[in-house]
Design a protein around this ligand. Sequence first.
Ligand code: 13P
Length: 337
Amino acid sequence: MTLNETAREILADGKGILAADESTGTITKRLEAVGVESTEDTRRRFRDLLFTTKDVENSLGGVILYDETVRQDALDGTGMVDLLRRRGIVPGIKVDGGAKDLAGFPGEKVTEGLDGLRERFAEYAGLGLRFAKWRSVISVSGDLPTATAVELNAAGQARYAALAQEAGLVPIVEPESIMDGDHGIVRSAEVTEEVLAATVEALRRQRVALEGVLVKTNMVVSGYAGSDQAGPEEVADRTLEVLHRTIPAAVPGIVFLSGGQDDAQANANLDAIARRGPQPWIVSFSYARALQGRPMSVWAGAEENVASAQDAFAERLRLTGAANRGEWTADAERAGS
Ligand code: 13P
């Protein structure tokens, strides 16, 4: 199977991706926020709950895992990777080592994790993983990002993507221009365009085959602390304008992160984008928080809540799937929550 075929399989028939790949530090913060101690076992139980929810394979073509999960068994004794494969879901792996402070550039980050990555990819390919993710974080303000931060992060994405393709995995290239701050949507569009353009240019220079890449990006929205919040129509217009200007049609798919938007907002925006009709690439979702936040709080670590948490997850998938087809309504979202 070619990388292009794998990318298309993940996003076939309106399906999207679940990002269940929080690092131990990040999932610990999220579990503790709902009163659950973060241990290897609670992390395994929460992820098992998600992956064994009835019919998830109808909405999810891929799940991104964290290294710890890849090595764990589900509660029924099956390996987590096999569990997903048996359901017809393509398993993927987050391989970056996190965004760290960029020396000399206060407020900016650079993603680490290239050392030894070729060997890690060889192991992951052997474990049955078929795609990967690398996230870089771009700070947005009136002055940021600097050209240095944009270039270094784009170069990191390109080196990672080339290694992924060499090992036979589809790289998800995720440069996230973050939505914190009081900037308006025009600034968000400007930065997202600059970052995506630089990333695609770096991929080309690194001889990465665009046909075998998925791009994961933020929607173009107003900074969360901004006084003027753009609605879904403007978000859809500006997001698609930026994507049309920067992402070649050779790229098979673009997926959106939810980025801390509330669940309904993330879906209202995804729905408005889907309603604009067919695009040169498949457009879909790759959410963590907007899919998992609600089931995690319903679960709260208690065995007796597993069934209702799975119902909550199925409901989030149903609503996000509807948004991805341009069939979402605010009423259905309210009825579901
Ligand atoms: P959110 O949907 O919570 O933004 O997470 C997606 C993701 O994978 C970020 O890297």
